[in-house]
Design a binder for this molecule. Sequence first.
Ligand SMILES: [Zn+2]
Length: 391
Amino acid sequence: MLLQMNPALHIRGAIVDEGGHAAPRDLFLHERVLPAAPAHALRVDLEGCTLIPGQINAHDHLELNHYPRSSTREQYTSAHDWGADMNARLNDEPFRSLRAHPLADRLFIGGLKNLFSGATTVAHHNPPHRDLWRRGYPVRVLRRYGWAHSLAFASEAEIRASYQRTPPEQAWFIHLAEGTDARAAAEYGRLKALGCVGANTVLIHGVGLTDDDIADAAPKVRGLVWCPSTNAYLLGATARIAAWAAAGGRWALGSDSRLTADGDLRDEQQAAARTGGLGHAGYDPATLIGMPEAGHLQAGALADCTALRGERVALVILGGVPQFGDTDLMVRYPHIRSIRARLNGHEIRLHPALAHRIDRCTLRYTGLEIDALPSRWQMFSFRLRNRLSSL
Ligand SMILES: [Zn+2]
């Protein structure tokens, strides 16, 4: 531990905004949010910033975020048709080359997308690849969950088996009613007939849910994940989140992957805001995915937060450790030898471990350029000097 000391942080001067309630408040962070300032905490002034909790992205496919947004038709009435079109193109370029990159690198790009948007906790929809929980993955990923792709791309026997093997306290996710056609409107009834509608069921999309479906499902299931920009891109229509909320349903936002979405979770929040949807009751992603320690900044919560300057993400802290941020903010952590970079033309600094992982990745993150990295010996001597000077 000698060379990996991360001091507790005492953050002052910021407005803390949790779910629309904003007030000036000091924040004490180590791996978790602490109730009071611990001895030897590093005091950091974040005056002029608004601090929000690390956001929860309730739906992404983390290995699909290095692909371009793709569609072969102006509009679909069913995402199943889009899926069939995409499957037929997997051996065409650019997909053929992009699929050839190591899985760990493809997953890493998805993690970076989320980190840069301030989404520090993600529910991944696809197999639970081990790399998602390896040291150095950029964000937290929901560990215990069940999932099936959809009624079109999994057999009914597979869907039923997946639901039955998921413990009732864990969320079970499925794409459902992602369409505007009769097939989509029939899917909730089909899922119910399979015995897969219960208190841990999470419906992704739900664009084609009927009035009766909403009345039945909203009070019964764990929740609905709304992905407005993906819905708009593929279907030209989106979930009726106001009706869902009015029926007592819980909901969350999901970015989905870059294959279909505007971009990241902040883009999704903006898409939701454009429809007036962010004000509806029932928004509770932490309960929906089953991570009550995420998505807020009360004592005991995960020490994940984002500092905003206006609408822009200016700093992201994960587990009490700043990961990247504006240059003037990152230099306030003298124990971190951060690395200069530019993200979408904006000067930032990256935590060195993150910068080294980005450097090793076979995929480039669009919009990110990193200056020359210090050698391992330079990193070692910096940490040693820093440690000795703090004794
Ligand atoms: Zn999806």
